[in-house]
Design a protein around this ligand. Sequence first.
Ligand code: COI
Length: 358
Amino acid sequence: MLDIKITKNPVPKAKPADESKLGFGKIFSDHMFLMDYTDGRGWHDPRIVPYAPIPMDPATVVFHYAQELFEGMKAYRSVDNVIQLFRPECNAQRMQDSSDRMCIPQVPVEDFVQAVKTLVELEKDWVPHSDGTSLYIRPFVFATDVGLGVHASKHYTFCVICAPSGAYYAEGIDPVRIYVEDEYIRAAPGLTGFTKCGGNYAASIKAGEEAERKGFAQVLWLDGVEKKYVEEVGSMNILFKIDGKIYTAACTGTVLPGVTRRSCIELLRDWGYEVIEGPLAIADVMKAGREGKLEEVFGTGTAAVVSPVKELDWKEDKVFINDGKIGPVTQKLYDTMTGMQWGKIPDTKGWIVPVCKG
Ligand code: COI
């Protein structure tokens, strides 16, 4: 158990007056959690301090070689005014798996969860009240050695910050247009696709910008070897309902193992759907679209929740899904996930972790 030292912000910031204008990740709460790592000593000095810039030497390893990782999770204000988390131990575990690949020392799962819960309890007044809003939580860890040699750092900082947020997409739950990326790739076997390292996102920005300029919300990445099989979307996993069955890429190293993804797959299987995790060729998706068998397409992610897709563009080919409307399975998943998260329906899965009274 961590002994977290708390130093409160003597001049709390004003809370956002209009929750309909929160956007995503633009405003930050009063405090942040910090903990340091030193080789030979382990993690030490867990503390919560006023939210502030972190002064760093220009030669710090993370600026040059990007040895870092992040997580994304949310705290919800339930209809009974309880502040609650969704499967926080899954994020803690995923950060451990990512850490191993990036040669970053692991934060123990129970310490990660304690850090998040303690910060969220302190920031409970920052959890917004309006429908569809939440306190987005961003845990991250980065190398802090100073020097330009390329090797694993001996010092790290683990930090958690919080941002009261609304919907990730401007479209909200309205279906989005997705561009199937045929030039750039996001991941390849042996690389870092399964980790939540910033480098994966940095490498994706160019394709995302080009797609946005053409009016698409995000890109759909194909596998990095043959550019043949669907993998994931910029900030979400992606699932396809074709002729009654649900298909999605398997998490075999190149795809981010999303917490929302695995939760949706569990729900779909509970509801009797066959869910196939494996290779799905983009050509087969487009063919299913032309034959009227591509019934629903949706992304899943912490930030985006469950997000319907209305159009896929691949090379010169386009398919439109469900007449541009959210499909019934997508809607049921959205209602069930958000229902549990906001305490509107019972948590039959044991996924909700209450933190404190709101
Ligand atoms: C999340 O869904 O929490 C993410 O981390 C996506 C993010 C890159 C916006």
